[in-house]
Design a binder for this molecule. Structure first.
Ligand code: GLC
Length: 750
């Protein structure tokens, strides 16, 4: 007995020595992953599927609404995981209260299309892209995040990062234009703006990179239409902005309505599981676009919504927005063994992980804060950011006889056109329409000029005509105003809801009789400045050829009037550059700057003999990608390449000097284009590979340096390998894709 006791004592003392001294009595907090697993283990299959259901509130809808009268009851039963279009600290609290009555009290996620502002509204994203100002673009998303996160929103369905080369497609207004490099840089900036450095910060919301994938390549520019595209083109043109969004930490992705080569994105295992969740190791979750799971029946991909639910969840679509497919079928599909519960568990884990990251299990109401909302919405700091972004988004297309900037001593200005006094329209298509939308805070173009001009300037107004009707009854009043004026500012364009979702146009001319009005006003002989408001490139050839001054003002948000006035009177020197090519006619579409040479390239503008051209049109766009003028001018000189040849592992520096050769300060977007002369996959005639936006005082020069590495020289081959090949590269630096000021070349060796 005694020996046992001594052995026991020995063991106990040894055990005491072997164990680390747990001096710290506190227990380590479980990781989010552990908390997710612990919660998942408690959940019934119905509750798991509940987390994968998302519905819209009834007050604001952004798609064909499914009427589900039991929504609130189902939230209490834990059968709905997320609501969209529920906004405001009070309204979101009410809905969160319902979720807190469920058995496991799993908080709801509130999502909303905060695409370019919540209350303070910024220019439409395509306009922001025209600024090429990445810090300003990031700040715009930051302001949108601050305002929406104070208003109960956890998640914005933005940025839309779809590349598109077809202005007939109404959703070009929502993206960053035609170029993959610019689009990738902007995607990164927007995600960083929305999410900040860490989710859970009360000034951040989850971003959602959309629409995955290639939605902007819809055949014919017709929304929701099919996409027929090579895998190589997907990797070269459409995937990089999504990868940039992922690199910036995008918490969620949204898949797209379109099919890709006959397989709807929603059920496309290759893009969702192989690429996004596999190769790219995406750990967030994928939400379907509005109803798109159920719409696979319309596609003819599934016979019914049960099959669609099975295809979608197995392909990696984690959450079902508004189609009822998961709500009605997923439990059954698991019970029938057609969907493994582990697939559901993976989707639920991804959703729950984000709810934990947002801190919603610690405090489900932390984002619904009436005081913070009051402080944040449309505060002066946010308004200033919006005005700054709007001014930077404006593109000066023409300025003959230096009509612009207008003098603040102009005696009489005739401000004419159907857009002059509009308020809400300045927000464009994808704006958050707050129930209490007190559009008084939106500065109309008329108000902007009123607040700008001095008491010695008389401002006259005439509408002139409608936007999209045939009446010329208002012409005479406009002509009378013009005859009393020293200068005319004419604000025309397409209606704000003629671009956006389901707003494809076969004819992208200035609608109605607006161009007839311009022709009538030209007869007065007065100097005319034309403002064109639109969510896409329009065709306006007569105006472009016959008007001396044109500003493309897109839809500039709640500070539109102030920003337009700032530019008209030179308080801001326009610096915008077109993020999309402007065609001469719809017949040229798709038209973009980084086209392939073909075997018979046209030698010049009018070459038509046995070359790739239209016999009835010049061989160029009306306005090229990267184009935009300034009130000053810039000289480019002293191009230097650090080497005349480099190996793949080396870098090359391209430097040049840019001088402000005019009389006023201004900003220039210096653009670097490269061309790989000969390659195993023919390369575009030029590709944007870098840019810098610089500010210069009159007479000031700056040295701009670009670094070229192997990545900038690489492309995807048909095996989808990302490769570069030895050979000669052309270097082109310019003020637009067609205004190349300096050229050089270098050799790449192995
Ligand atoms: C819409 C849009 C998508 C949006 C969603 C929620 O149909 O395609 O971009 O985020 O539904 O409003």
């Amino acid at each position: 007995m005694k020996n046992y006791l001594s052995l026991l004592l020995l063991l106990v003392s040894f055990w005491g020595i072997a164990q680390p001294k747990n001096t710290d009595r506190r227990i380590a907090k479980p990781s989010i992953g552990q908390r997710v697993d612990e919660l998942l283990a408690k959940m019934t299959l119905e509750e798991k599927v509940g987390q994968l259901n998302q519905y819209s509130g009834d007050n604001t809808v952004t798609g064909p609404l499914t009427i589900n009268p039991n929504k609130t009851e189902e939230i209490k039963q834990g059968k709905i995981g997320s609501m969209i279009n529920i906004l405001g600290s009070e309204y979101t609290r009410q809905y969160q209260d319902l979720a807190m009555q469920s058995r496991l009290k799993i908080p709801l996620l509130f999502g909303l299309d905060v695409v370019h502002g919540y209350k303070t509204t910024f220019p439409i994203p395509l306009a922001e892209a025209a600024s090429w100002d990445l810090p300003a673009i990031e700040l715009a998303a930051r302001v949108a995040a601050r305002e929406s996160a104070a208003s109960g929103i956890h998640w914005t369905f933005a940025p839309m990062v779809d590349i598109s080369r077809d202005p007939r497609w109404g959703r070009v207004m929502e993206g960053a234009g035609e170029d993959t490099y610019l689009g990738s840089k902007i995607a990164y900036a927007r995600v960083k703006g929305f999410q900040g450095d860490k989710l859970g910060d009360l000034n951040s919301v989850m971003a959602c990179a959309k629409h995955f994938l290639a939605y902007g390549a819809a055949i014919g520019g017709r929304d929701y239409n099919s996409v027929d595209i090579s895998k190589r083109a997907l990797w070269e043109t459409y995937l990089p902005p999504f990868k940039a969004a992922l690199d910036a930490g995008a918490a969620t992705f949204m898949n797209s309505f379109n099919d890709i080569n006959g397989i709807p994105a929603t059920a496309n295992k290759h893009i969702q599981r192989d690429i996004l969740k596999g190769q790219w190791n995406f750990t967030g979750f994928i939400v379907s676009d509005w109803g798109s799971i159920g719409e696979m029946v319309n596609h003819g991909y599934n016979a019914d919504k049960k099959e669609a639910a099975q295809a979608a969840i197995n392909a990696g679509s984690d959450m079902d927005m508004e189609s009822n497919s998961y709500r009605e079928n997923l439990v059954q599909l698991v019970r029938e063994g057609k969907v493994s519960e582990s697939v559901v568990d993976d989707a639920v884990r991804r959703v729950l992980h984000k709810k934990f990251e947002l801190g919603l299990f610690d405090d489900p109401y932390r984002y619904s804060d009436a005081k913070r909302q009051q402080k944040e919405l449309n505060n002066p700091e946010n308004t200033k950011a919006a005005r700054d972004m709007a001014a930077k988004s404006i593109v000066l297309l023409k300025n003959e006889q230096h009509i612009l900037p207008l003098s603040k001593n102009t005696k009489t200005i005739g401000f004419i056109g159907p857009m002059v006094k509009l308020k809400r329209a300045n927000h464009g298509f994808w704006a958050v329409d707050l129930k209490d939308v007190d559009s008084t805070y939106i500065v109309s173009q008329w108000e902007g000029l009123q607040q700008k001009v001095g008491k010695n300037t008389k401002l006259l107004y005439a509408k002139g005509c409608g936007i999209n009707d045939t009446s010329k009854a208002g012409f005479q009043e406009a002509i009378d105003v013009a005859n009393q004026s020293d200068v005319i500012v004419l604000s025309v364009g397409e209606k704000h809801d003629m671009s956006g979702e389901a707003k494809s146009r076969s004819n992208i001319q200035l609608p109605g009789v607006q161009e007839d009005l311009i022709k009538e006003l030209q007869k007065t002989g007065k100097p005319i400045v034309v403002l064109i408001n639109a969510g896409r490139p329009l065709v306006f050839n007569w105006t472009a050829d016959n008007m001396p001054a044109i500003l493309y003002t897109w839809w500039l948000g709640s500070e539109a009037g102030n920003a337009i006035a700032d530019v008209l009177f030179g308080d801001y020197n326009p610096s915008g550059k077109l993020p999309m090519t402007f065609p001469r006619t719809e017949g040229q579409i798709p038209i973009y700057y980084n086209y392939l040479s073909t075997g018979r390239p046209a030698k010049n503008e009018n070459d038509k003999i046995y070359v790739s051209a239209y016999i009835d049109l010049q061989n160029s766009p009306k306005f090229p990608f990267g184009y935009g003028l300034s009130y000053t001018t810039f000289g480019y000189s002293a191009l230097k390449l650090s080497k005349t040849s480099i190996a793949k592992k080396e870098k090359l520096e391209v430097s040049l000097s840019v001088t402000n050769t005019g009389k006023v300060a201004g900003e220039e977007v210096v653009q670097l284009y490269l061309k790989d002369r000969v390659a195993s996959i023919v390369r575009p005639v030029k590709e944007l590979k870098d840019f810098q936006k610089i500010k210069l005082e009159p007479g000031q020069s700056k040295t701009v340096v670009f670094t070229i590495d192997n990545e900038k020289l690489s492309f995807y081959d048909n095996d989808l390998a990302f490769i570069s090949e030895p050979g000669t590269f052309d270097v082109m630096v310019g003020s637009s894709s067609e205004d190349i000021r300096l050229r050089g070349q270098f050799e790449l060796s192995e």
